[in-house]
Design a binder for this molecule. Structure first.
Ligand code: ZN
Length: 144
């Protein structure tokens, strides 16, 4: 377990038509946020999220064309390959209020966004490939 201290909060919106994962990654790298929490809401014109299949150990992507609400954007910032890395999950609502979601992938285009990023100070959480899951998980910060 690692303790963190709150450092600062960044609040803002990304431009219409931009790629959500690209914008988040560029922002945390530019601001050198190495430990953080990401929250947000908004809407997409095209969304790609993925489900991690535990048997094949592969991400299966799902595409949502047309407008979707971002009902919740939640994630974190840690370190992968020596650089700040964004891991985000999205909950998307369709025109009937049905909800879908998954792991944010490149290619998700924004209609609008309201994003809040909390930066923390403390030991860096560094990702590395985990043998059991095949995922790039934190190598530190074990709670159990
Ligand atoms: Zn994920």
């Amino acid at each position: 377990m690692t303790n963190y201290k709150f450092k600062r909060t960044i609040i803002g919106q990304f431009s219409h038509g931009t790629d959500l994962l690209e914008e988040l990654t560029q922002l945390v790298q530019k601001e050198d946020i190495r430990s953080g929490r990401i929250h947000g809401i908004g809407a997409t014109t095209h969304a790609i999220v993925a489900y991690y299949d535990q048997n094949t150990k592969k991400y299966n992507s799902m595409e949502f064309t047309g407008g979707m609400e971002i009902l919740n954007l939640t994630g974190n910032v840690s370190i992968r390959d020596g650089k700040p890395f964004v891991h985000v999950h999205l909950l998307l609502g369709d025109p009937n209020g049905k909800v879908f979601g998954g792991h944010l992938m490149p290619g998700t285009k924004l209609w609008a966004s309201e994003v809040i990023i909390d930066e923390f100070e403390g030991e860096e959480l560094v990702r590395g490939q985990d043998e059991k899951t095949g995922l790039f998980l934190w190598k530190t910060g074990k709670l159990t």
